[in-house]
Design a protein around this ligand. Structure first.
Ligand SMILES: [Zn+2]
Length: 211
């Protein structure tokens, strides 16, 4: 009888901890300040899932800014990264296949919370979460696939503002429109930042919307 009570106790503890885990959301919030050009107001957020605001959940994917909605992916030869659980099997399988085919991948960053887009408040802080904040955007080989501004069409006039230079003719880590990495992710429904319409080109970046 005593043994059964112990087992029952353990089961109850497990159940309670899993419920509590599912109800609490953790993430690290910050704003990009466009005047100071740096990260400001870094803080740890802990809140009940029921209290999440609409901007803390991506309507298109259902993924949230919470660490609890993310899954860590570990692949040989790559630093670990996290991606929204819903996309984790697809992203892991695609990258495993690409690495197996000999594609050059040395860095992947997906989940990274930050308010780097949208409206700017009176203090110069960006207020909108990036797609990376929900774990639904993926940067591949950032050091070889930069983010460029003033770049409606790629050329010498484009200004590199983040990451390393994009040199698809010379650098095997630079992504290419006809390459296997871009094809694998666009087939899976992601858009490539190298084909964004407008003044930015973000060659490292894949997301469901392209931004
Ligand atoms: Zn990105």
């Amino acid at each position: 009888m005593y043994k059964y009570l112990i087992v029952l106790n353990i089961l109850c503890a497990l159940l309670l901890s899993s419920v509590a885990h599912g109800q609490t959301c953790h993430y690290q919030d910050w704003h990009w300040n466009v005047k100071q050009k740096r990260v400001v107001e870094l803080r740890n957020v802990v809140k009940d899932y029921a209290m999440l605001t609409p901007d803390e959940v991506d309507t298109q994917s259902g993924c949230s800014v919470c660490v609890e909605d993310q899954q860590v992916i570990r692949l040989s030869g790559l630093p670990e990264f996290s991606v929204c659980k819903r996309y984790a099997p697809m992203v892991r399988d695609a990258l495993e296949r690409l690495i197996g085919q000999g594609e050059k991948i040395n860095s992947v960053i997906a989940y990274r919370v930050g308010r780097t887009r949208g409206d700017i408040d009176a203090r110069g802080n960006r207020t909108g979460f990036s797609n990376h904040s929900y774990g639904v955007a993926i940067d591949i080989n950032a050091g070889h696939n930069g983010l460029y501004e003033n770049c409606p069409q790629f050329g010498a006039h484009c200004k590199l503002v983040h990451g390393g230079p994009w040199r698809p003719q010379h650098d095997p880590f630079s992504l290419h429109r006809e390459g296997n990495i871009v094809k694998a992710f666009t087939h899976a429904g992601f858009k490539w930042g190298g084909e964004i319409q407008g003044k930015q080109k973000d060659f490292m970046h894949f997301s469901l919307t392209g931004y």
